[in-house]
Design a protein around this ligand. Structure first.
Ligand code: SF4
Length: 337
């Protein structure tokens, strides 16, 4: 699991705010700000952050649903911006998306059989009989009965609809699936079933996942590496177990302290961050986190901390904090005991 599949290099994505008589750009919402990230073949990378931090936008840039404002997305050795239409179509087979809301992502006017056959039709694959057989196999793979193909999305529960979304995502045998909060709209009892299905599919098919979530506990057990995102930037990227054992960025420390501990004998020590997340239309200077960081110093207000390699105990660990390794909530009195 060492070959690189996806490289995101210094990607920025902003959305213009237009106004005035001539509808000119008057400001920008910066959703993704100079992000670099790598996903290896067969690897699961968790991408975690609060709502509005830019993680879904980054996922959509990687999947080709949004064009990056600057920077590169290199997939399978190809710079996605330099591909011809035909090459882009071929490469797009290898990157699929599972969306958060399985109902909104399925066309309610089409029966499930057509929804699952559509990717093959778009890519002109197989005869009619072959496509029917592939649809039956997909339904079986995701644990749905064969008669599901004659039904419509509204006839299924939320968990079943997400299974249909997963079946569609794996139809073309992609190498990478961007899972954009695939379980956050589901009941807790269903979440674990869908997570287990995704983990089984990854094991059986050698898939790589970019698993986007706002809840660190969702990605904790399924990720090889986890990237923490705050206001458009990656602030920490590390091996999953290493991040949990020794988070170095204050924001990661606060997120990890918020994970419930299923042991009543352990007294939780939560680090509550004060203040609101600033607007992406008016980003703070220097370190984006300085307005909420209890360790902020003068330098944090002016200098952007680069994502630098910490190489602790030889493991992969990158952190964007001027004082990484020195700052810890353990050195502050806990705000809630
Ligand atoms: Fe806090 Fe400064 Fe580190 Fe940013 S760079 S996380 S403000 S200590």
């Amino acid at each position: 699991m060492s070959e690189s599949l996806l490289q995101v290099q210094n990607v920025e994505k902003y959305f213009p705010i237009r106004g005035g008589l001539l509808f000119r750009e008057v400001a920008r919402v910066s959703a993704v700000n100079d992000v670099s990230l790598e996903v290896k073949l067969g690897e699961t990378v968790g991408l975690v952050g609060e709502s509005g931090c830019g993680k879904s936008t980054l996922g959509r840039v990687i999947a080709g649903l949004y064009k990056a404002s600057s920077g590169k997305v290199i997939f399978n050795g190809h710079d996605m911006a330099n591909l011809s239409k035909a090459q882009l179509r071929e490469q797009s087979r290898n990157i699929q998306v599972i969306f958060q809301d399985p109902y909104e992502s399925l066309n309610p006017r089409h029966a499930v059989g057509y929804i699952l056959e559509e990717p093959f039709l778009i890519h002109r694959m197989g005869t009619s009989a072959e496509r029917r057989k592939w649809v039956d196999e997909l339904l079986d793979t995701v644990g749905l009965p064969a008669d599901a193909k004659s039904k419509y999305p509204h006839e299924f529960s939320g968990g079943q609809r997400q299974r249909i979304g997963i079946a569609r995502a794996i139809a073309l045998k992609p190498k990478l699936i961007v899972c954009d909060e695939p379980v956050s709209a589901l009941d807790v009892s269903i979440q674990s079933q869908i997570m287990n299905l995704l983990i089984d599919l990854q094991r059986d098919r050698g898939l790589a996942f970019l698993f986007i979530a706002h809840n660190l506990s969702v990605v904790k057990h399924c990720s090889d590496r986890i990237a923490i995102m705050y206001l458009g930037r990656i602030v920490e990227f590390a091996d999953a177990h290493h991040l949990h054992e020794r988070p170095l960025h204050p924001y990661s420390q606060a997120l990890i302290s918020a994970i419930p501990v299923p042991d009543p004998t352990i007294e939780p020590s939560r680090h509550i961050l004060e203040g609101e997340v600033p607007s992406p239309a008016n980003l703070p200077s220097g370190c984006h986190f300085h307005t909420r960081c209890p360790f902020a110093q003068e330098r944090c207000r002016t200098d952007v901390p680069p994502l630098r390699d910490m190489k602790l105990k030889g493991e992969f660990h990158q952190v964007a904090c001027h004082f990484a390794g020195e700052v810890s909530f353990a050195k502050l009195p806990s705000l809630i005991k």
